[in-house]
Design a protein around this ligand. Sequence first.
Ligand code: HDE
Length: 725
Amino acid sequence: MAKKTTDPNVNLEDKKLQDLAPDKEISAGELMTTDQGLKINDDTNSLKAGERGATLLEDFILREKITHFDHERIPERIVHARGSGAHGYFQVYESMAKYTKAGFLQNPAVKTPVFVRFSTVAGFRGSTDMARDVRGFSVKFYTEEGNYDFVGNNIPVFFIQDAIKFPDLIHAAKPEPHNEIPQAATAHDTFWDFISLTPESMHMIMWAMSDRAIPRSLRMMEGFGVHTFRFINAEGKSHFVKFHWKPLLGVHSVAWDEAQKLSGKDADFHRRDLYDAIEAGAFPEWEFGVQIIPQEDELKYPFDLLDPTKLIPEEIVPVQRIGKMVLNRNVDNFFAETEQVAFHPGHLVPGIDFSNDPLLQGRLFSYTDTQLSRLGSPNFHEIPINRSINPVHNNQRDGHMRQQINVGRSSYHPNTIAGGSPAQATKAEGGFSSYEERIDANKIRARSKSFMDFFSQATLFFNSQSEPEQNHLIDALRFELGKVETVAIRERVVGLLSKVSDLLAKRVAEGLGMEVPKPQEPLNHNFGADANPADYQDQPNKQGIEKSAALSMANTVKDTIKTRQIAILAADGVDATSLKTVKTALEAEGAQTKLIAPRGGFIKDNKGGAIKVDMSFLTAASVVFDAVYVPAGAESVTALTDEPDAIHFINETYRHCKAIAADGEGVALLKQSYVGAKLKNGKSDAIAGVITSETSKPDVLAKDFIHAIAQHRFWEREKKDKVPA
Ligand code: HDE
């Protein structure tokens, strides 16, 4: 019988740590050796025939070092190459036994260790974090029943309905093959050419062009399993299930102009943000959510549960939050952990099973296959980060870099030589058995007619967005299509957009300086050569709701400033009380502040105290902050107004719709910036998110400022009060 943890004192989290421990190498205080353990006396000079002579082939120390270096790289992931990872744990709130027998979803006392990797899809390993792109959201649960991998995205639907189109989609999205341009961007002809001929992608396009594709932080995005899966309980009963991760800090994004600037100022923006938050003890948290659909309801919806271009609106099937994940430990070594981790949606535990979603089915082949070329061997499960905490016993043997030393004569089943071991596990012992779905069908290469609704949910998504979100989506499409050189491609895409929303198509077309063309008929001519296009035409379906509040980020959590980064601009002579009062109030709410001054080192406050400068205007940039504060102090503010970078800082912060506060003389800096022209009689009441107190009341100001930062952005400023910055 497989042992399940019922003892609340058993901390599974430690189990993975203990598993990793013997593989950790700590050099502190040790002498240097070769890979063979020989102590090295000189690591600085190679062995030569005379001081000025040629290097000797005999120099095994040099050869070993250079040879290892020559082979340090492995192929990057074909997609999701750029990623950042962290360790943590998952805890279920209460037993889910009613729906699933999965061991890690039974006991609220158990902390199941997890490793999470977030990624962008299109860019290479060294590409910017701030690309407009889907984000991967992968979670490896090290359960007592073996590894369970959740391999999802931050968007709940996908571009295509069948795995066989995945290589085409990715070839179209990646840099163009003749000149390998552009990097980590879909704003080019081949991507939109493919999309313009793939109407099923329109729902995903709405998401990918929305602000979801430019998250403020990996800690502030949702995760989705995308496909429908099954939960199976101890009685063998199946429920369909959709998986969600809900970030406790809410879902927040940056402005597109900001994302592009961030790509230059800090291409590691998301990676750094995740790492720093964990180092600071501000552990990222998500609740695990499930939408559960009884087996009997499989065909009750106006969309097919097996179609990965559809979601189930939360208003129709609510998301139950069933547990929490906390990321509390950074990796020790990026390559060993984040790069070598290998996820696979087919890594299951009893109690969870697949559906027949044709996209998922294709993935089940791809993920092991790709590890073979990436990690080089079928033994990739032995790499410490991939190792199950449940011991592995089977008759798989040998292969490149085998670590396990299988003892004994038998490597086959059945056997008597080893007394029949390892033996098959009965279901009662935890042996996995697939859900016994009844199938009665013809073998056929075709797509279900129930997948032929290409636009209804795209329309639902667009209509559910707030006005600023719609504006951003329209601007994103104008940007992307504006980079497309082939006019016919632009026209085909705008034609498809008109099937989503007339308003959307009209406004995108306006930006491109064109008319809205008629959608090209037949819409979908990409099925087999002998397929009849008439069989594959769009069949719009009412979704049961006109709008879904859950689809708009405007309705997200806006009650915390935890982990927000606040810039404080100051110079010599800054008013100590004005600075400290606001800084202390912000930090008490969990925000982090950085003092930015015209130069590094220390500045002197008005009471003669020395304050450490965190960054100068040369190393800082407004785009890496969530808000800015200018404290009082006449001398300080005069120095800042003489500093064009300080004025630019304010302008950009304003343009990106962030909170701005200025106390006492600090208001003078705002007046020097574009914000000045917006201040009515020097007062900021009329401008959302700009807080001033000319008579210097930093404690009152701090309160309003905190409330403003929690709103994240004041998008309403964008159109009305756009400033050139
Ligand atoms: Fe993946 N995907 N994918 N994918 N995917 C990979 O596996 C693939 C899809 C996702 O952090 C690869 O180990 C096919 C959907 C994530 O290591 C590869 C299809 C979703 C990651 C692969 C899809 C994903 C990958 C490349 C269409 C969201 C990063 C490296 C049938 C539900 C995992 C690797 C990590 C990675 C194949 C579609 C999520 C090539 C064939 C839909 C988060 O196997």
